[in-house]
Structure formats: C-alpha cells, structure tokens
Write a protein that binds this ligand. Structure first.
Ligand SMILES: *[C@@H]1O[C@H](CO)[C@@H](O)[C@H](O)[C@H]1NC(C)=O
Length: 233
C-alpha cells in the first residue's frame, strides 16, 4: 500500500550465477543513460553527475543535498536510488557497481569498498529502516538534518576508517569496523536528534545511525557480523 509516501522497492542485489551466455561486462552506455535518468529525477545536470560513481565524496554530497525535512523528501532520495537500480538491472548491478565495477570505473579499490559500503547503508536506510523512519515525523526530520549538517563529518569518519584499515593489521578489522560504527553513531547521538525533547527519537536515531554503519562495514567484512552489535549504544 502507498499512502503519503510511495516507496519503490529496492531490488535485491544478488549476484547472478554466471552462465557463459550472460553479460559479464558493465554495459557502460546503459550506466550513462541510467545515471542521466537519475540526474533528471533529482534535478541535477549530467555535468553535476560526472563524478557521481567515481568519487564517493561527490556521491555523498549529491545524495545528501536531496534530503529535506519530511517523509516525502526522504522518499524522494530513496526512489532515486531505486529507479537507478531498476534502470541498470541485476547483471549491471553486479558488473558496473560492486567493487570490481567501481574499480573499472576509475575508483581506487579502497574507495570502492567504502562506496560499496555506502550503497549497502542506503539499502538499509531505504529498506528495513524506511517505514520506522518515515512514520515518525520528528525522527525523519532530525535524521535528514543530521545527514545534511554533518555530511563533512561522515566523510571524514569514513576517510579515517579507510585509512585505518589500510594501515592496521588485518586481525584488527572487526575492531576498526566497530570504531567506525561508534563514531558514526556519535554523530547521530550529538546532532539534531538530541535536541528533540523525546528520548525515543534519540534512541531511534542512534539505532538508525549504528545499523546503517553496520551494513556499511559488513559489505566488506561479512565475517565480523556476529561481533558487530548495536545493542550497547
Ligand atoms: C573514531 O574516533 C576516534 C576519536 O576521534 C578516533 O581516534 C578513531 O580513529 C576513530 N575510528 C575510526 C575507525 O575512524
């Protein structure tokens, strides 16, 4: 059902079983066309979107600028992402997106892992977290203000995490991932949701921030799943 907000289903990103007759390359013409459709939907120019899939800071910046204050604004962001996924389709999701697709599209492998993590987070925010968020006006409002006001902080927390996992030993990845989750959660804890005089709003915002960050890190480190928890915020 579809009342004040209408969410398009985010397609499941499942890697298809590779058969010899299947496409195994990114259809870059389609990727360009779908990126152009997304630009139109979000009222950006194609030029604005030039580095959208090449630079995760540009991606984050352009996505974040589309948040506003209510459920409709939040849905607008999610629907843009959904339309894009529907447009490129499952095999291109695998070959144009994902770490190898993004790397072929001029992104460094380290950045591609973080970009993949950000897309994982957005799937959570527009999937499991969608209804709990948009049905509470105070929550959806302060979450969007957190994203907008703290886009730089989220970027630098991600930069610092990316740097840490490159230089630290592999044995520490799960604890670094936990550090990333707790730094992201802190932004939600201290940001605009803390000004709402309702503890439930703040705890919802922390749930949202922590679980989004958890999905981000799990894109790369699935084996950390059992140790990464958002229970003890
Ligand atoms: C989290 O923040 C702390 C304090 O600013 C910092 O020392 C730490 O490196 C950060 N962790 C990650 C994974 O970025």
């Amino acid at each position: 059902t579809c009342f004040t907000v209408c969410l398009l289903a985010v397609v499941a990103v499942v890697a298809g079983q590779g058969r010899p007759d299947e496409i195994t390359d990114c259809d870059s013409a389609k990727m360009r066309a779908c990126t152009s459709n997304l630009a139109t939907f979000w009222q950006y120019t194609n030029e604005d979107m030039n580095n959208f899939w090449k630079d995760r800071h540009v991606f984050d910046d352009l996505v974040t600028k589309k948040y506003g204050k209510n459920a409709e604004d939040y849905t607008y962001v999610c629907n843009g992402i959904s339309l894009f996924y529907h447009c490129i389709g499952p095999s291109n999701i695998q070959y144009c997106m994902g770490v190898s697709g993004l790397t072929n599209n001029q992104m460094s492998a380290f950045d591609a892992y973080q970009m993949d993590g950000m897309l994982n987070r957005i799937r959570f925010e527009c999937g499991d977290a969608f209804f709990p968020t948009v049905t509470t006006p105070d929550v959806v409002n302060c979450i969007q203000r957190t994203k907008t006001n703290y886009v730089q902080n989220f970027g630098s927390i991600t930069d610092s995490y990316e740097n840490q996992i490159q230089h630290d030993t592999y044995a520490n990845v799960c604890s670094n991932a936990q550090g990333f989750m707790s730094n992201i959660t802190d932004v939600y804890r201290r940001g605009p949701c803390s000004e709402v005089p309702n503890d439930a709003v703040l705890s919802m915002a922390q749930w949202y921030g922590c679980n989004g960050a958890r999905q981000h890190v799990l894109a790369q480190y699935r084996h950390c799943e059992s140790s990464l928890q958002c229970g003890n915020l």
